[in-house]
Design a binder for this molecule. Sequence first.
Ligand code: TRP
Length: 366
Amino acid sequence: MTSSEDALANSTSDASLARSKERSAKIDRAIDENPSRFRILTGDRPTGHLHLGHYFGTLRNRVLLQERGVETWVLIADYQVITDRDGVGPIRERVLALIADYIAAGIDPERSVIFTHSAVPALNQLMLPFLSLVTESELHRNPTVKSELEASDGRAMSGLMLTYPVHQAADILFCKANLVPVGQDQLPHLEQARLISQRFDKRYGRAHPDRPVFPRPEALLSEVPLLLGTDGTKMSKSRGNTIELGMSADETAKILKKAKTDAERHITFDPVNRPEVSNLLMLASLSTGRSPVAIADEIGDKGAGALKAFVTDSLNEMFAPMRARRAELLAHEDYLWSVLHAGNEKANAQADQTLDEVRIAMQMTY
Ligand code: TRP
């Protein structure tokens, strides 16, 4: 392995993770000093509706960064849907619901850009020069792609699955984002984007002598609470063990009533020995801002039923304004599409400009 390929394979190692965390803390302070130095790109695959794992894991954090004055670009990664499935699913409905979720959660379309892959040809064209900058063995070694493939039950790897980290680099680099808020699982992809940026500069050169075409984007690692589904297994829509932002208060209550707990009546916060009960306490904590231990103490001998009622009430209270806003937005589809069209227009203007610089650097100006 060359040292850069090493960097990619090791980007999730303990030492590397510790470095990323330290760097993230530094960036966090730099944001407070001068938020206009940063541009953020984040994205979601429109494969289902957003649930509370997304909300507490990323969405809430994006809104906070926007409020701190960082320019935020939010990508609805529609071409990434077909990396590991046979069709696009009910994609129109899902894209529409995502836009509503974003705005309801506080993404402000006046300040942030919401856009889709499929509407931005120049972004997708970056895939070609970028593919020339990675090796096939490097792609095969990407730890995230490997584990996603393992999770897909022996499904054959498509060419798009193998190369989607390169496409994701195009997502980040086309708009010259220098900051990507990510969970740990996305670190190899970010390292791939950094390598592509660096290699492009070395191999193809620049459009302006004083600066590379692409910045080297950095990860902003968020402290993501590891939330389980209500059955104690990994949270996922297909298992029906999560609560979507768009669910009603009654649906929320119903799912939580069925949540798995354990035989011990006295409620304590003990994630190692009591994962299910502790997970409910985490949800209660995230939605009230109180510590999980304090909530456990308050509930004490009142048992799992009382804990579930507490979680139901606190989640429903927290999500009520968001849900009302979401329903109102979905009643105005034209408005939601107009937000996307405006975002796509901005993304295209930026992508065209970047592709022009790429043509100049590569001497393909005819
Ligand atoms: N792969 C990301 C996910 O599954 C979604 C995504 C697509 C993304 N493009 C991106 C995230 C660019 C960050 C930056 O969550």
